[in-house]
Design a protein around this ligand. Structure first.
Ligand SMILES: Nc1ncnc2c1ncn2[C@@H]1O[C@H](COP(=O)(O)OP(=O)(O)OP(=O)(O)O)[C@@H](O)[C@H]1O
Ligand SMILES: [Mg+2]
Length: 263
């Protein structure tokens, strides 16, 4: 709906015989999606996959651009704004009648440090204002550009940006069932008893004492599994016991949001 407002009008004509007012209201939304939540929970991959799927589904060619604001310039006033301006220039130039253009603003925390916070740097405030102007501008293009903003600091996002989001999605660490599903999928072909699996699910979850939070998706994939593999490679096969041993001495990444604030 955000990238193809015309199709919403068609839907309305087909099902309601005319363009109902709600279509106009919905069209007021901005082509901006905010993906926020804890580290390593899939914000960046979801943005990438969503862009890919959307292009495929709509049968339109798509171009994907990423701007990581973790890498900042030398901090000169206006530099951040200049980067944003350049990024939007490229993205809008790539977009066209049949072409979709996606921009992922990753690690967007510094970019969006709330304008109301007294201590936020002048440079950040300028960047936020530039960004807001740019979101307004791409909405006017009528669905050629879709923006994703990924952050693990939703609390410092500028309210003016949050208000413009067409959709806000929170990402959480995997629960027991989700960790289990990932382990079963990634560890296919490895000898595992049901007890091993249950133990691994428990060891990678929060225990409410020493481990207030469990492993993230990326903790499992980029730390636990490689660690277990590294311990046996190239001498012998990998087993459930090796994964358990790795889980026993690894710690989950620290939470960026307080556990009590998690859904
Ligand atoms: N839902 C999921 N299912 C399976 N694997 C996942 C899922 N979410 C994340 N992962 C794995 O975790 C890795 C890290 O995900 P990603 O980089 O998208 O996290 P992120 O939320 O952007 O983290 P950060 O806040 O550190 O940028 C992915 O490459 C993927 O392997
Ligand atoms: Mg990320």
């Amino acid at each position: 709906m955000l990238v193809d407002p015309k199709s919403v009008e068609e839907w309305s004509r087909r099902h309601h015989g005319r363009i109902i007012p709600l279509v106009r209201t919905v069209a007021e939304r901005y082509p901006l999606l905010i993906l926020h939540g804890d580290v390593g929970t899939g914000k960046t991959v979801t943005a990438e996959v969503a862009a890919n799927e959307l292009s495929r589904e709509m049968g339109r060619e798509g171009a994907l651009f990423k701007l990581s604001t973790r890498v900042r310039g030398a901090g000169h006033v206006g530099q951040m704004s200049m980067l944003i301006n350049q990024a939007f220039d490229i993205v809008t130039k790539e977009a066209g009648k049949s072409r979709l253009s996606f921009l992922i603003l990753d690690e967007a925390d510094s970019l969006t440090a709330s304008r109301v916070q007294g201590q936020s740097h002048h440079e950040d405030k300028v960047a936020v204002n530039t960004f807001i102007q740019k979101i307004d501008f791409v909405r006017g293009l009528g669905g050629q550009v879709l923006l994703f903003l990924c952050t693990n600091r939703f609390d410092v996002l500028d309210p003016a940006i949050v208000r413009r989001a067409g959709r806000v999605e929170q990402f959480n660490r995997p629960n027991d069932d989700e960790r289990k599903a990932l382990i079963v999928m990634d560890c296919d072909g490895i000898k595992f008893s049901n007890d091993d699996l249950a133990k691994l699910v428990r060891l990678t979850g929060p225990d409410g004492v020493a481990r207030p939070v469990g492993f993230t998706y990326s903790d499992l994939r980029t730390r636990l599994f490689p660690e277990a593999l590294g311990a046996v490679f190239p001498k012998r096969e990998l087993t459930g016991a090796d994964l358990i041993a790795a889980a026993e001495h690894l710690e989950p990444s620290p939470a960026t949001i307080k556990p009590e604030d998690r859904e």
